[in-house]
Design a protein around this ligand. Sequence first.
Ligand code: NAP
Ligand code: MN
Length: 290
Amino acid sequence: MVKKVWIYDNESPKSQETSRRLRKKLLASGTLRTEAHEASPGLIQTQLVQDGHFEFDEISPEIVISIGGDGTMLSAFHKYEEQADNIRFVGVHTGHLGFYTDFLANQLDELIEALRTENSKNAVRYPLLKVEVKFDDGNEKSYYALNESTVRRGDETLVAEVDISEFIFEKFRGDGLVVSTPTGSTAYNKSIGGAVMHPQVEAMQMAEIASINNRVFRTLGSPMIVAKKDTIRIRPEIGTKLWFTIDQKEYKLANLKEVIYSLDGRTISFANCAHTPFWSRVRNSFIGTD
Ligand code: NAP
Ligand code: MN
């Protein structure tokens, strides 16, 4: 079976070079077999032909190989977001942290071997965060985040009501709030004191950025992990100019009424390529190997 693949790289020289090498190797990968054909009447000759294992398809790939860092994987996901239900992602990392990436630039042969044997049934699926935005004028938009979504202010403090499902939970005042997926828990969430979550835990996490706590504004003050059945609703004060982000994309908004976060069962799939166990990846990335 020929697999349709696409390489998504960033512009760094190392990624470009790795991408060129991988492209060549993928094209050269195939099974050789002999085929008999009739060279002239009565004369049967055999020749060696190659059945390729991979072909390139940018429009509807089954596998997207991201080459770069986590930022590259985030961009690859957003490029193919609409079709993500039919795609398996895999990452090669070229010098960055590479939390989402399984292979190093010197492991392309291992990568190709793994890609030959993986399939959609043994793919690894992790939750995506559904983000529904409602504007003052009644408009609505929805997004999916792979890492997290934030509502933030820098100049003045953000004042917002936070509801969990249908009840008012707290009145927040501070720099902002970050709601992350399990795989995003090692990114921004971690920098602001959020817990690292195993990606198989189906839950989202909300963490505070510099909350002010006093008699008027009182928040939980610690990150919280919210179950899949619940929603988190953030309602900023009317007319607040704020920054709203979905992964690495940032929007300056002045008319945001509320943002509703939930997990609706949609997932991102990673090709099952003998993944490094999650906790050893956490150790390698944040504690270091000795
Ligand atoms: P960036 O500024 O290059 O990313 C910041 C760092 O986060 C990079 O080292 C990146 O790794 C790493 N990273 C991204 N996703 C990760 C994950 N799931 N687990 C562990 N580390 C992760 O910008 P970017 O590469 O476009 O990534 C956007 C992300 O940056 C956002 O989604 C947000 O999570 C994060 N961010 C963090 C802070 C903070 O910690 N103070 C502030 C803003 C944004 P690579 O070097 O491999 O790309
Ligand atoms: Mn980056």
